[in-house]
Ligand binder design. Structure first.
Ligand SMILES: Cc1ncc(COP(=O)(O)O)c(C=O)c1O
Length: 400
C-alpha cells in the first residue's frame, strides 16, 4: 500500500478498511455453519459505515442493531427489514414503536418491564411484536471486565427463570409472538468453552419451552468471537460452529450469529502522522496527529494494537505513542519498541477496524477522521473528514 500517496491525498489521520478481507471473513463464518440453517447479523456497533453495511448487505448479511439509529442505518444501507434485529438493555418507547412500524425480524428483550412496555405499544399499533429474550446465563466469558456481559453482576439479559416467565406471558399475549432466544456473553472471547456452556443452557431452556408448547425459530448466539491483537490464541471457526451445533442436537432452529469484531477488526487500520518526538528525561514520546478521540480502545481497556512505521528502519527504542488530547490516558502504546521518528513520518495502528471509528468522538473539538475502503485493488473514500462547521452546527443560543 502506498501510504505516502494516500496521506498526500487525504491527509491524516484516516481509517483504511480492506473490504475484500471482510468479505472473506464473512464467507468463512457462513461456511463453518453450512450444516445448519444460519443467518449472520453483523453487529453494526463494531463499525457502522454505510458503505461497509451496504457491502455486507450485498452478501445477504443481516444486522444486529442496538439503537434505532443503527436500525435506520442498516435499512439505509440496503438491509431488508426481516434481516434486522434490535438488541440493547435500554430501548425507549420511541425506539420500540419505530422498530415495530419498520417490521424488523425481532426485538431482543432484556427485562419483563421492557416486554410489558413493548406489548402496550404493539397493542396501540395493532401489530403483533416478534420477540426474543436475551438470557444472562451467568457464565464467565473470561474477557476484559468492561466487555463481559453474561455474568449476573452485568446489566444485560435476564436469568433463566425470569426468561421463562417472559415466554409464558408472551405466548398468551395477543400482541407478542416469541420467535427466538438470545445470549451474548461478552466480546473478544478466545476460549470458546463459555460460549458452549451458554449455548447448552439456552438449548435446555428451548427444550423446556417446547414442552410447554412454545416453539421458537431462532437461536441467537450473539457475537463475541475474539481475534488476535497480540498473542491471544485464535479461536477456531470450525470448533466454534461444531460446539454450538452440538448444543442444539434434536432442535430445528435457525442459528443467528451476531459477529462484529471477528468480521472487521483485522481489516482496518488507523493511519496517522508523527508531529513531534519529545524526550522527558529519558522517556521518549512519539506524538501523532490521531488521538484517543479517534481510537478509544487503548485508553478504555488498555487494549494492545500493533504499530508499524513502514518507512522507518532506524534504531529501535522504547517509547510511548501518544495523541494531543489533554488526558494522560491518551496513548496508543506504552513502552513500545519503535524506530526513531520525526515530523511527517507515517505510523500505522493495526487491527483497528472494530470499535475504532464507531467509538470515536469530537472530544477537544477534534473532527473525526475520514475513512477509506480498499476493494478489488481500488481505494475509495467512504467518509469525509468532519469540518469545524459540522462540529458546531447544532449549537444554538449563544451570543456571537
Ligand atoms: C448484543 C450484541 N451482539 C453482538 C455484539 C458483537 O460483539 P463482537 O464484536 O464481540 O462480535 C455485541 C457487542 O458488544 C452485542 O452487545
Amino acid at each position: 500500500m502506498d501510504y505516502k500517496a494516500l496521506t498526500k491525498e487525504f491527509n491524516t489521520p484516516f481509517y483504511l478498511y480492506d473490504f475484500d478481507k471482510i468479505r472473506s471473513n464473512f464467507k468463512a463464518l457462513k461456511e463453518a455453519f453450512r450444516a445448519r440453517k444460519s443467518q449472520i447479523f453483523y453487529a453494526v456497533k463494531a463499525n457502522s459505515n454505510l458503505s461497509l453495511l451496504s457491502m455486507l448487505a450485498s452478501l445477504d448479511s443481516g444486522f444486529d442493531c442496538v439503537s434505532i439509529g443503527e436500525v435506520k442505518r442498516a435499512l439505509k444501507a440496503g438491509a431488508k427489514p426481516y434481516k434486522v434485529i434490535f438488541s440493547g438493555v435500554a430501548k425507549n418507547e420511541t425506539e420500540l414503536k419505530e422498530a415495530l412500524k419498520l417490521g424488523i425480524l425481532y426485538i431482543n428483550l432484556e427485562s419483563f418491564e421492557e416486554m410489558k412496555s413493548l406489548e402496550k405499544i404493539a397493542k396501540k399499533l395493532h401489530i403483533k411484536a416478534r420477540i426474543s429474550v436475551r438470557l444472562n446465563p451467568n457464565v464467565d466469558a473470561k474477557t476484559h471486565p468492561y466487555i463481559s456481559t453474561g455474568l449476573k453482576e452485568n446489566k444485560f439479559g435476564v436469568r433463566l427463570d425470569e426468561a421463562k416467565k417472559i415466554y409464558l406471558y408472551a405466548a398468551k399475549s395477543e400482541f407478542l409472538e416469541p420467535v427466538g432466544v438470545h445470549f451474548h456473553i461478552g466480546s473478544q472471547i478466545t476460549d470458546l468453552k463459555p460460549i458452549f456452556e451458554a449455548a447448552t443452557l439456552t438449548a435446555k431452556l428451548v427444550r423446556e419451552l417446547n414442552a410447554a408448547k412454545i416453539e421458537l425459530k431462532f437461536f441467537d448466539v450473539g457475537g463475541g468471537l475474539g481475534v488476535v491483537y497480540q498473542n491471544e490464541s485464535e479461536p477456531d471457526l470450525n470448533a466454534y460452529a461444531q460446539g454450538i451445533l452440538a448444543s442444539l442436537s434434536g432442535l430445528d432452529l435457525t442459528i443467528c450469529l451476531e459477529p462484529g469484531r471477528f468480521l472487521v477488526a483485522k481489516c482496518g487500520e488507523l493511519v496517522t502522522s508523527v508531529l513531534y518526538e519529545k524526550m522527558n528525561g529519558d522517556k521518549r514520546f512519539v506524538i501523532v496527529d490521531a488521538a484517543m478521540n479517534d481510537l478509544m480502545r487503548p485508553s478504555l481497556y488498555k487494549a494492545y494494537h500493533a504499530i508499524e512505521m513502514p518507512y522507518n528502519s532506524g534504531e529501535m527504542s522504547l517509547c510511548d505513542v501518544v495523541g494531543g488530547i489533554c488526558e494522560s490516558s491518551d496513548f496508543f502504546a506504552q513502552n513500545r519498541a519503535l524506530p526513531k521518528a520525526k515530523n511527517g513520518d507515517i505510523l500505522i495502528i493495526k487491527d483497528a477496524g472494530a470499535y475504532g471509528f464507531s467509538m470515536s468522538s469530537n472530544y477537544n473539538t477534534r473532527p473525526r477522521a475520514c475513512e477509506l475502503a480498499l476493494e478489488k485493488g481500488q481505494i475509495r473514500q467512504i467518509r469525509k473528514r468532519e469540518s469545524f462547521r459540522q462540529l458546531i452546527e447544532n449549537e444554538v443560543g449563544f451570543l456571537k
